[in-house]
Design a binder for this molecule. Structure first.
Ligand code: FAD
Length: 409
């Protein structure tokens, strides 16, 4: 068997951090290079729109490892440096400081970058985005002096920022182009539920609105000019209109790229020396039986682990049920599955009271589950889905039937 002496990981985010950790946990003793253009140890992003943004948690709370734990891994962190190109012939990665790193295995964990608006005035400093710790620090400062915030995009990030800004006492308007919130991820009933909750918390949620431009006002504020000519005057704008997989490097290296780096479930690419994991992959999901690109904490971690094992030649599998969560106000929303269409849900619990689970069935199998403040239901639903247990709609809805009892089939 070919010996592996050097592994280069590009992208020192959550997935990259898990690759490094797993390589060592699996006993790999060779060189591990972790290349990250951000000036940080690997960290997790979910708190950046929640506790770290509101100041309830410090930046360091998001780090995957504290400094001693990271040092113990004996990984060379190329911090604040960008990998500029990959030469698959010579198996080298060129960094933007001129250094070249040789690899026996390369793992691309380059994540996503934000989709940007291209409108008149969208380059004004008050029009901001949230992806990394630097964005979060800068946004937190701006929120501390702003009074009026417009959030462009009613998806997960936009809604979490809206909830955090309300907590900080700002007036918040959410501007969403579609006719409902989180339309890409959620079924209509859940979109309506979230809109009602945000309105109840004082957010001005506007659906089906287009934006034409941003215009500075004479007193230092900003007009968000809507299609049709109306304007909303605010101090700050946060744009959350989705992300794009960061495939620049992979594409230039001639790997198969199609809405992400195309991989199998465990991150193998068309090149047996190159692997990918996390947000950047468009991978075969062992659970769904089709290709999917996931933008989620759970996938960044678990596909990172799988890709590290695969890179070492360890027989490995990754067939998790896709799982995502969001926290907004006192709501914990969790979802399982990536349905291609939404059926009529079976509701267990009380939507009005804000504690319920919506089950979406395909025949008598669970296709997706969305739970609000019902984490225990999610734990059982995950096992029902993993084991592909047939379910009965009446029993799912019946609060007198313990969900666990359905695990017996
Ligand atoms: C504000 C926010 C809140 C979120 N909340 C949730 C949540 O509640 N629940 C949930 O499930 N998911 C959430 N997510 C999504 C989750 O954080 C991502 O899916 C996860 O971070 C993906 O990890 P990754 O390592 O694949 O990519 P990333 O975290 O994007 O890391 C990739 C890293 O690679 C670096 N990089 C890219 N190209 C290069 C290069 N050429 N050279 C060097 N470095 C490079 C980037 O700078 C970045 O640091 C949230 C994301 C954000 C931004």
């Amino acid at each position: 068997m070919e010996t592996i002496e050097s592994i280069v990981i590009v992208g020192a985010g959550q997935a990259g951090g898990w690759v490094a950790k797993t390589l060592r946990a699996e006993g790999f003793r060779g060189h591990v290079h972790l290349v990250g253009e951000e000036d940080h140890l690997p960290y997790e992003r979910p708190p950046l729109s929640k506790a770290v943004l509101t100041g309830d948690a410090g930046d360091e709370s998001t780090y995957l490892f504290d400094a001693p734990a990271f040092d113990a891994l004996q990984v060379t962190l190329h911090r604040g440096l960008r990998a500029e190109s990959v030469d698959r012939e010579t198996r080298t990665v060129a960094l933007d400081n001129g250094e070249r790193l040789s690899y026996d295995r390369l793992v691309l964990a380059t994540g996503s970058r934000v989709r940007r608006l291209d409108l008149p005035g969208s380059d004004l400093p008050a029009v901001t985005y949230l992806r990394d710790l630097a964005d979060c620090t800068s946004l937190r400062e701006k929120l501390s002096t702003a009074h009026r915030l417009a959030v462009v995009g009613g998806g997960w990030i936009g809604l979490e920022v809206a909830a955090s800004a309300r907590k900080l006492g700002l007036e918040v308007t959410v501007l969403e182009a579609a006719d409902r919130l989180c339309a890409r991820a959620l079924p209509p009933r859940l979109s309506d539920f979230l809109a009602a909750r945000h309105r109840a918390h004082g957010v001005d949620v506007r659906l089906g609105v287009g934006i034409e431009s941003f215009r500075p006002t004479p007193d230092g504020a900003l007009d968000v000019v809507l299609a049709g000519g109306d304007a909303i005057t605010v101090d700050l704008v946060v744009v959350g209109i989705g992300v794009i997989p960061e495939t620049t490097l992979a594409q230039a290296a001639g790997l198969d790229v199609d809405n992400g780096v195309v991989t199998d479930a465990v991150g193998r690419t068309v090149d047996p020396h190159v692997f990918a994991c996390g947000d950047v992959t468009n991978h075969h999901s062992g659970f769904l039986g089709r290709r999917v690109r996931l933008e989620s904490w759970a996938n960044a971690q678990n596909q990172g682990i799988a890709a590290a094992r695969a890179a070492l030649g360890i027989d490995t599998d990754y067939a998790d049920v896709p799982w995502f969560w969001s926290d907004q106000y006192d709501l914990n929303v969790q979802m399982l599955g990536v349905p291609e269409r939404w059926s009529e849900p079976v509701i267990r619990g009380d939507m009005e009271a804000g504690a319920f689970t919506a089950f979406y069935l395909d025949g008598d199998m669970l296709d997706a589950v969305v739970a609000v403040n019902s984490a225990r239901d999610i734990a059982v639903a995950r096992r029902l889905m993993e084991r592909r247990i047939r379910v009965n709609a009446g029993r799912l809805a019946d609060p007198g039937v313990k969900l666990q009892s359905l695990l017996k089939g």
